[in-house]
Each structure stands twice: as structure tokens, then as C-alpha cells.
Design a protein. Structure first.
Length: 269
């Protein structure tokens, strides 16, 4: 273990699993940074609130098993950040019993997801779902029956509770996102390298300021800067391939994992 290293809790995203952290886990092992992976892949049909409560139980059990009483760092991907924030800001927001040094979110839909809204759109929904089937959504996907999709719609009760709770001053927030400034289609071919965004008037447009699934505007939190890792104009040499900058593959991107390690070892500075 590194001197003064802080243990790390890893929280994967929607329709994912703990194996998504394979590359980061290898780095943590090499750096001798202790970690634990929260697995919510088997909780289909549960709301984000229920999964957030389960995350709290997981951390408490982990503390009992390891004897750890100090602060932890939490690294979460996508909706995993919403789960983590709900546990920390809503469930534990007034008590602040959970000791967390920093929360590092990768491509988080902190303000809700335009894509979740598009899924249920009567005109655009079927085409969007068909395009993403087998890549981001499973075959036979029904957004109306998916509790998590309903929770991450921008105006859902879940997102409203998060907005009202706000961030915690005792936690350092890091938000790592990717971007496609040159518009390379290989970034995320299914949407021609772009990301959908929804305006307050519920109109949709596409932007290069996103990761193909989550736009920067959806990740942003008041007072917290976005840490943007852009796709280079030409991917060459030892740079990651273009598709590793998209939302689905962010946890595989070595530049993203290098940034995570930088924050884990740098700590609160």
C-alpha cells in the first residue's frame, strides 16, 4: 500500500458491471492502492434511490470487514455517479456520516439525460433505440419499463431531489469528460461522432461537447470545472483509438485512467 493511500470504491454505470474497471483495477493493484467494487448489475427493476441505499450498505459492510474508518475516494462511471451522489448528498447529506475525500465522476449525467428523454419520445424514440440496440441498450429494451431510465430523465423526481440537495462542501468533486472537437465520426459512429442535448424547451440538437451519450452540459455542476480529455485530430502512436473516448469505453481509455490516478495520488491538493 502506498504511504497515506486512501481506499477507493468503484461504482459502475447503467447496463454495466464491475468488469468495466479492469484497466483501472490493474493500475490500482500496481500502485498498491486498496479498492472495492460495488456491483449493482443484478438489481434490475430497482430505482436509483434503492441502489444508492445498497451502496451505503456495501460501504458499511466493507468498513466492518476491513476495519477501515478513514475517508475513501469514490470513482464512478455514468449513472454510477448519480447513485453515489444520491447516497452522499440525499441519504447522508444532513448527517454527513460517510467520510469521503473526493468523488471522481466519469461522464456523469448530473443534470439528467437527453438520451433518456429521447428514448421515450414518440417520434424519435424507436429509431434511437434501434440504433443503440446491442451497443448501449439490450434487445427488446422498453424505456417505459426501465426504472433507471425514468429516474435519469431531467425532470424526474430523482433528479429534482439531487438538484435540491446540492453538493457537499466536505467532498472534493472531480468531473472527467471527453470531447470530439474535430468531429471525428469514429468517436461514436452511431451518432456521427456527436452527442444529443435537450434544451429547457425540450427541443433536441447535437453537439461535439460530449461523449456520444452524455453532453458536457449534463455533467456540469455549479462551481465545479469539467476536466475535459479531447480526442486528438489524428489518433496515432500510443494514443488511444478514437472509440475509447466515447462514453461506453471511457473506463478503458488510458488517458482517463491516468487522470484518475493523478487525482487519487494527488488527493485534496
Amino acid at each position: 500500500m502506498r504511504n497515506n493511500s486512501v481506499p477507493v470504491i468503484l461504482v459502475h454505470g447503467w447496463n454495466s458491471h464491475p468488469g468495466a474497471w479492469k484497466q483501472l483495477v490493474s493500475i490500482l493493484d500496481q500502485e498498491k492502492i486498496p479498492f472495492a467494487r460495488f456491483d449493482h448489475s443484478g438489481r434490475e427493476g430497482q430505482s436509483l434511490e434503492q441502489i444508492a441505499s445498497a451502496l451505503g450498505g456495501f460501504i458499511r459492510s466493507w468498513r466492518e470487514d476491513t476495519g477501515s474508518t478513514g475517508p475513501v475516494d469514490i470513482v464512478s462511471h455514468s449513472v454510477g455517479t448519480c447513485i453515489t451522489r444520491y447516497y452522499l448528498e440525499v441519504c447522508d447529506g444532513t448527517r454527513r456520516e460517510e467520510k469521503v475525500r473526493q468523488l471522481i465522476g466519469l461522464g456523469p449525467p448530473n443534470n439528467g439525460s437527453a438520451l433518456a428523454e429521447l428514448f421515450v419520445h414518440p417520434v424519435h424514440g424507436p429509431a434511437i433505440i434501434n440504433r443503440l440496440t446491442g451497443i448501449f441498450v439490450p434487445a427488446g429494451f422498453d424505456p417505459a419499463a426501465d426504472v433507471i431510465v425514468q429516474d435519469v430523465r431531467p425532470k424526474s423526481p430523482f433528479m429534482e431531489r439531487l438538484r435540491c440537495a446540492g453538493t457537499r462542501p466536505d467532498i472534493i468533486y472531480r468531473i472527467i469528460v471527453t470531447a470530439n472537437p474535430e468531429g471525428a465520426e469514429a468517436f461514436f459512429p452511431l451518432f456521427s461522432g456527436k452527442t444529443w442535448v435537450m434544451t429547457e424547451n425540450e427541443e433536441f440538437f447535437q453537439t461535439l461537447d460530449g461523449d456520444g451519450i452524455v453532453a458536457h452540459a449534463e455533467s456540469a455542476l455549479p462551481g465545479i470545472s469539467l476536466d475535459i480529455i479531447p480526442l486528438a485530430e489524428e489518433t496515432a502512436g500510443d494514443l488511444p483509438p478514437a472509440n475509447q473516448y466515447c462514453h461506453i469505453n471511457m473506463t478503458k481509455n488510458p488517458l482517463v485512467n491516468d487522470r484518475i490516478l493523478f487525482y487519487l495520488t494527488r488527493g485534496g491538493s
